[in-house]
Design a protein around this ligand. Structure first.
Ligand SMILES: [Zn+2]
Length: 250
């Protein structure tokens, strides 16, 4: 635990609390990436940040918060916006794990991180939330399905219509609006990550969902490695072209 190096991509409500909980658990090497400044509208759910820090970079405020609590944590920061696979490769290089806590552009940022982690053969965790629930899945390159496999399995007319809807509206992620839900979500994610990290359970090929109304984890939804996956598949079949055009990555 003290030697593992983790990249956390995104320092918003989810990412910042994941960093805090990893540090509390004894993770000593964390690299956190986020280009955004703290906005007053973030403060209701991002309790690590204060009113006096509005306008500062999120990663700067987070770094100060973690260092004030425990100066033995080696936390490095980056202001890079992850727009390409190359960006994600750069920010996850030399890391043992990556947490993807980015939610925009929808699906594209996850695809980029997934591709980079697959190329570097490092395991990754994907967390995303809506007002009513949080979702989570793990990818172990070469051993499990990946984010593109999951997308390919969800591909349908309805799914593509929803993506077009997200892209044409001014998409604002509906994250849990209250701070306790955000904390609960981060605890759930980090606890599940620990299960995986310590090999307590096989958590691959599962989409986890936590329901904020019932305050419990739902039954698991399985997915699988897809031979036609553009990231981890080997088949030359061009399945899903209509989907990949909508959420293309470079
Ligand atoms: Zn795949």
């Amino acid at each position: 635990m003290s030697t593992v190096k983790i990249a956390v991509l995104g320092a918003g409500g989810g990412g910042s609390q994941i960093v805090l909980q990893l540090a509390n658990m004894g993770v000593k090497h964390i690299h956190v990436v986020d280009p955004d400044n703290i906005d007053e509208s973030n403060l209701n759910r991002q309790f690590l940040f204060t009113k006096g820090q509005v306008g500062q970079k999120k990663v700067d405020a987070l770094s100060k918060f973690i260092n004030d609590r425990d100066s033995s944590v080696d936390l490095t920061i980056s202001y890079r916006r992850i727009r390409t696979v190359q960006d994600a490769l750069h920010e996850t290089a030399n890391c043992d794990w990556a947490f993807c806590a980015l939610d925009e552009p929808p699906y594209i940022s996850q695809r980029i991180v997934n591709r980079a982690c697959y190329l570097q053969k490092i395991p990754s965790v994907y967390a995303f939330s809506s007002r009513d629930s949080a979702k989570l899945f793990f990818v172990h390159p070469g051993k499990s399905g990946c984010a593109d496999c999951l997308l390919l399995q969800n591909n349908s007319d309805g799914f593509r219509k929803m993506i077009v809807g997200l892209q044409s509206s001014n998409f604002t992620p509906m994250t849990p609006t209250i701070s306790p839900n955000m904390t609960l979500e981060a605890s759930w994610i980090v606890r599940r990550w620990l299960d995986d990290f310590l090999n307590r359970k096989n958590l691959t090929n599962i989409l986890f969902r936590f329901d904020f109304n019932r305050m419990e984890e739902d039954p698991f939804k399985k997915f699988k490695q897809m031979p036609e996956c553009p990231t981890c598949g080997e088949s030359t079949d061009k399945a899903g072209d209509d989907l990949w055009k909508l959420i293309s990555i470079k």
